[in-house]
Each structure stands twice: as structure tokens, then as C-alpha cells.
Design a protein around this ligand. Structure first.
Ligand code: SAH
Length: 319
């Protein structure tokens, strides 16, 4: 339940991040018992490289506490969407935090936003969207893969997020997002192999004041096709970007410096070697990388303007 908001004390059933090192952290449930593979109740114990931990012992402890294990220690931390993105069980490719942050910003999400997402996949982006729009907003997320929908629905429930999200099995490319959402949505996010098919169903979803759309695609050919379709549908401000992390190298460099002594009128009494003094300087600088690996996908953003939105909503009422 601890995804729902910050709290100081761990209660029974809370999700806790067991943080060993920067590369080793796990998600655990603060419960005394869990179910075995055969469905029988057993003691809830996790094994770590530094020794085992009975998860029930965490109940009543404060988030942020350092706990002792047999061969070392760990920190017990509050879960966040950023942690969850790193440790969630992958059922699909997922969207990572650098892309997530740009999506939340450029979709202009805020508490109270109503958002459509498809496909749900492993729920990485969904967790970040929910944190941004709750308590009064709502996420409607769709995936045509039934098992993925069931798993992610259980994860949302375990994390105490069910009030802010509706998950549905649906092929959005052939059946759209459902009439009940017509005219109710502020933003739409698509992570689909053929987003242009779903795009045909997006216009009538927006509120009369219009809204924002984002489509994530790994290939530039998908982007080209999507941009053409969005433009034909009346979307404006169509913009595609790629988020690449760039680590600068810190290096020592030698550089010529202007020797001001050389500009002076020569003084016959001055020693000769004063002229060449300090012509080079050593300094520390940062150097950008020659290439930027780490392509995940292109983010295409677009605005559906208010006038178009009103037109689509009226069309809808007249049918
Ligand atoms: N953004 C997600 C990952 C999505 S992976 C995350 O961050 O976790 C893409 C998902 O789209 C897959 O789960 C796939 O089942 C779903 N999908 C593909 N085509 C679809 C369609 N036509 N309708 C609904 N879902 C679809």
C-alpha cells in the first residue's frame, strides 16, 4: 500500500524497497506469511547476498531505517515509480525514467488529469502517471493481452492504487477506447506497434478544451507514418524527440594562453626568457562523448486543439 503516499512507519502488507547497494535492490512485502508455489502458506523470508530476512520483522519499523543482516546491512525504503521501473517483473519492453519524465512533462499532466494509456505492458509508465494525477485524476489503461492485464491489475491493487486506475482488456486498434470516455480525457499515451490505427479513435476522447497526445515508437519509420496520420486528423504542434543520456568525461587539457608580456614595448633591461613565460596552461575540463548509445524510442507529441475537439464532440452527439 505504500505506493499510495509517503508515510513514516511500515504497516502490514506494505511494499518496501530492500536497498543493499546502488545495483542491488528488491521489492518485498511486509507480511509474516506468503504462499508457496503449491499455494500453501509459508513464512515470508527473502534471501539476499548478505543473509536472509523475515519480511514480517519490518512491520512497525520506520522507512529509511538501516537494518542488520547476517553478513551486512540494508536500508528499507519507501517505494517510488522510479524504483519500481528498475525492479518490476518484465512482461514486455518497458518505458524507463528519462523517457517517463519527458512524457509526464510534455503531456502536461497534473493532479486531476484524466489519461488514456495503451498498451499497459508491465505497468512501468502507469505507476508514474498515477503518482502525477492522483488523488482526483484517473488513468484508463488498455492492453489486449489478458494475462498481462490480470497481473498488472493485481500489482495496482497490492500497491494500493486501484482507486486511481482502471485496467481493461481491449484491442484499441480495432475497437478504440470505449464510448464512456468520449469527451472526458485530457491526455492520451500510445506505446503500440501500430499507433496510427489507434490514433483514428483518439479525437473524440478529448474534453472540449482539447488535449495532448504522445506516441512512443522505437523505429523512425513508425514515427513518420504516425506524424502523417496525426496531421491528417487535425493534430497540431507535432514534435518528435529522443532522450539520450550524455555522460561528460572529465579530462586535463593544455591550452595556449596569450602572453601579455609580448604586447609590451620591449624593455632593454628585461631578461629575454620573461617573453615566453606561461605560454601554456593546464586546466581541467569536461568533454562530451563522440557518440550517444542508448536509443530506446522516439517520443512524438501533438496537441488536439479545442475547436477540433468541440467539432468532434458535436459530431458524436449527432450520430
Ligand atoms: N509502456 C509499457 C509497455 C508497453 S509494451 C510499460 O512501460 O510497461 C506494449 C504493449 O502493447 C504490450 O503489452 C502489448 O500487449 C500491447 N498491445 C499491442 N497491440 C495492442 C493493441 N492493438 N491493443 C491493446 N494493446 C496492445
Amino acid at each position: 500500500m505504500s505506493f499510495c503516499g509517503y508515510k513514516s512507519e511500515i504497516r502490514e502488507g506494505d511494499t518496501v524497497i530492500l536497498y543493499l547497494t546502488i545495483n542491488q535492490y528488491y521489492s518485498i512485502e511486509a507480511k509474516n506469511t506468503t504462499l508457496s508455489k503449491k499455494g500453501l502458506p509459508i513464512q515470508n523470508v527473502v534471501q539476499t547476498p548478505y543473509g536472509s530476512l523475515a519480511c514480517g520483522d519490518l512491520i512497525g519499523k520506520k522507512f529509511g531505517t538501516k537494518i542488520q543482516l547476517k553478513k551486512g546491512w540494508a536500508y528499507i525504503l519507501q517505494p517510488t515509480p522510479e524504483f519500481w521501473t528498475e525492479i518490476l517483473p518484465h512482461r514486455t519492453q518497458i518505458i524507463y525514467t528519462p523517457d517517463v519524465s519527458m512524457i509526464l512533462l510534455f503531456l502536461e499532466l497534473k493532479p486531476s488529469s484524466i489519461v488514456i494509456e495503451s498498451g499497459t505492458g508491465s505497468g512501468s509508465l502507469s505507476h508514474a502517471i498515477i503518482r502525477k494525477i492522483k488523488p482526483s485524476g484517473h488513468l484508463y489503461t488498455f492492453d489486449f493481452h489478458e494475462t498481462r492485464v490480470e497481473i498488472v491489475r493485481k500489482e495496482f491493487a497490492d500497491h494500493g492504487l486501484s482507486d486511481f486506475v482502471t485496467v481493461q482488456t481491449r484491442d484499441v486498434c480495432t475497437t478504440g477506447f470505449g464510448e464512456e470516455l468520449h469527451g472526458k480525457v485530457d491526455a492520451i499515451f500510445l506505446d503500440l506497434p501500430q499507433p496510427w490505427s489507434a490514433a483514428n479513435f483518439t479525437r473524440e476522447m478529448f474534453k472540449s478544451r482539447g488535449g495532448r497526445l504522445c506516441s512512443f515508437s522505437p523505429c523512425i519509420e513508425q514515427v513518420q507514418k504516425m506524424c502523417g496520420v496525426l496531421s491528417n486528423l487535425g493534430y497540431q504542434e507535432i514534435q518528435t524527440m529522443e532522450i539520450l543520456q550524455s555522460n561528460f568525461a572529465v579530462q586535463k587539457r593544455k591550452m595556449n594562453v596569450l602572453n601579455l608580456n609580448m604586447l609590451k614595448t620591449p624593455n632593454p633591461n628585461e631578461k629575454e626568457n620573461d617573453k615566453t613565460e606561461k605560454e601554456f596552461s593546464n586546466f581541467v575540463t569536461s568533454v562530451p562523448p563522440n557518440s550517444l548509445p542508448g536509443h530506446t524510442g522516439y517520443l512524438t507529441f501533438a496537441t488536439f486543439p479545442p475547436t477540433h475537439s468541440i467539432y468532434c464532440n458535436n459530431l458524436n452527439k449527432n450520430v
